[in-house]
Design a protein around this ligand. Structure first.
Ligand SMILES: [Zn+2]
Length: 375
């Protein structure tokens, strides 16, 4: 059993899957269910992109230590560019080179999405309303030296420099002194180039959905509750309950009792999205949104387009919107289950500019009778 995988603070949701998944080799359409070499992965992505060029975009976000491109395929109606109101989602696989199941699953996910667009109404609606970014292999150098069938070893876990990429990102609670590797730097630059609303990283070695954070101020107690933990837990359960094996919570020799909660009501899509605009309809970037009537909720900042995306469970929330040069705004919004619309609830906030106090010209201080007033 490999060392348990921890997630860095900014990775919203981690998904760990058993390596046993690939025991049976099956055909899925034109994509074989086998491990793909880096060349095969690259040619498969290129082929899928060419065959579905109107809804996909393939680009490299950088290179591994050994110069292998880190391919990201984007799926959406406007794959090359973000559109207002369309949330961006990302998946990362194979961060540990010897955990290749996620790499293959993501390749199949891409294939499934692209080949079912226009055929399956759910997938069509998903692609019409979301922009999905997939990096199937973050550690191609590690994958190259991993030993097939070795389920207990460490070979290929790290990158070419021997660095565990999953522990190479900045840490929310403590300073991570490890220098950033090329793969990590590429991924961090990629993160900054988009406004990702939700993310998942696929590991191998255990069957459990891990949600933030993987450490805390007290070390690794897992006892401290953090902002939006209910939302993280809910999202993790959406994953685990969709999987007939993960939800059992006791596979691969591990026990994850928190993976099982019966009788709860699940909403596949939760949240509120929209823009902060001024009274002339212009977007207000860098506006800070906070929820006043919710304990421990992460604040959000609007992007250059004035957009915000806030993951929430249904309920009534009082937002406070603050932006430099504008009067603070407080507004209560009802967030409902919007499953059928394939969208989060949409709401716009309009903020009013603070009145500027210009020094008045001397003449305006004139007394009513016209004589100058000496102040
Ligand atoms: Zn891992």
């Amino acid at each position: 059993m490999p060392t348990p995988c921890a997630l860095s603070w900014w990775l919203l949701l981690g998904l760990m899957l058993c390596q046993q998944v690939l025991k049976g080799q099956k055909q899925t359409g034109s994509l074989e269910f086998v491990y793909h070499s880096q060349q095969e992965l690259e040619s498969t992505l290129k082929r899928m992109n060419e065959e579905h060029s109107s809804i996909s975009y393939l680009h490299s976000i950088g290179e591994s230590v050994q110069g292998v491109p880190l391919w990201v395929i984007v799926i959406g109606l406007t794959p090359k560019a973000h559109q207002v109101g369309v949330p961006d989602f990302k998946y990362i696989g194979n961060i540990h080179g010897n955990e290749p199941v996620g790499r293959e699953l993501l390749l199949h996910l891409v294939h499934h999405l692209l080949t079912h667009y226009g055929q399956d109404p759910n997938i069509t609606a998903l692609i019409n309303s979301t922009r999905i970014h997939v990096l199937p292999a973050m550690n191609p150098d590690g994958f190259k030296v991993a030993v097939p069938g070795d389920c207990d070893g460490e070979q290929g876990r790290t990158n070419f420099h021997g660095v565990d990429l999953n522990r190479n990102f900045p840490d929310f609670f403590t300073k991570n002194p490890v220098p950033r590797e090329p793969e990590t730097q590429a991924v961090m630059t990629w993160f900054r180039s988009e406004n990702f609303v939700l993310s998942a990283v696929l590991h191998g070695g255990a069957m459990v959905v891990v949600y933030p954070y993987s450490n805390d101020e007290g070390g690794l107690t897992g006892e401290i509750q953090y902002a939006d933990e209910d939302v993280f837990q809910h999202l993790a359960k959406v994953y685990s309950f969709a999987h007939p094996e993960i939800q059992k919570g006791n596979l691969c020799g591990d026990t994850f009792p928190k993976g099982i909660v019966k009788g709860a009501k699940w909403y596949p899509i939760v949240g509120l999205k929209g823009r902060v605009l001024d009274s002339a309809g212009k977007p207000v970037p860098e506006a800070v949104l906070q929820i006043l009537n919710r304990k421990d909720s992460l604040s959000h900042r609007t992007n250059a387009l004035g957009e915000f995306y806030k993951l929430l469970l249904p309920g009534n929330y009082t937002f406070q919107v603050e932006a430099k040069g504008f009067l603070p705004l407080s507004e209560t919004v009802q967030v409902t289950d919007s499953t059928d619309s394939y969208s989060a609830n949409v709401h716009g906030f309009v903020v009013i500019k603070k009145r500027k106090l210009y020094p008045r010209p001397w003449s305006s201080f004139a007394a009513p009778w016209g004589a100058p007033l000496h102040l």
